[in-house]
Design a binder for this molecule. Structure first.
Ligand SMILES: [Ca+2]
Length: 192
């Protein structure tokens, strides 16, 4: 499929244009686009990310083979401290103006998961984000994308115990709010 994730997927309008050219169902095409860029650190408009989750959940609910429902937390549904609910690029999310934490308890089966965090890149300012599992930091990164866009950061192969605390820590940088939309858990090797 002739698609450049950087050029074509940074905003929904561009993506929709591609959909029209391809002349196939909008949601299906966008779902495919999402799947293509997911392995990388994809960039999509926030609304597209929500849509993809909805499409995937619907396909799974309909019993379509190969589609599992999305497992994860909406950031705005986590226990927030220093973070407040916000909307950015059409997506319900959280933002901080200083340092914020978002915490939730992992209630899925113990096992190995890829953890994928949808967070916002912004044009101005440079904040940072960190993720910890069961009190141990797994990754910290700076938000230096230089473009207003939702992005995904995937941390592969993380062992998580059922009951572990999942915590996002965000530090604002200038006007940038270290915004987070969703944390997804992709099962890789469930412990029996
Ligand atoms: Ca969200």
């Amino acid at each position: 499929m002739p698609l450049d994730p950087k050029q074509d997927c940074c905003d929904l309008q561009t993506l929709n244009e591609k959909v029209r050219i391809a002349n196939i169902g909008d949601t299906l095409f966008q779902f495919l686009v999402f799947e293509i860029v997911e392995g990388d650190e994809g960039t999509l408009d926030g609304a597209a990310f929500s849509l993809m989750r909805a499409v995937r959940n619907s396909l799974a609910a309909a019993g379509v083979k190969g589609f599992e429902p999305v497992v994860g937390f909406e950031a705005e549904s986590m226990v927030l401290s220093g973070y407040v609910p916000d909307t950015y690029l059409d997506e319900s999310c959280i933002k901080t103006s200083g340092t914020g934490t978002a915490v939730a308890k992992f209630s899925q089966p113990s096992g190995v998961y890829d953890i994928s965090i949808s967070y916002a890149g912004e044009k101005i300012g440079e904040g940072s984000l960190a993720l910890s599992v069961g009190g141990r930091q797994k990754l910290a990164w700076r938000l230096n994308e230089g473009a207003a866009c939702w992005r995904r950061k995937t941390i592969p192969q993380i062992a998580i115990q059922s009951g572990d605390e999942i915590q996002i820590t965000g530090v604002a940088g200038g006007s940038e709010g270290a915004r987070v939309d969703f944390i997804e858990f992709i099962p890789r090797n469930l412990l029996k």
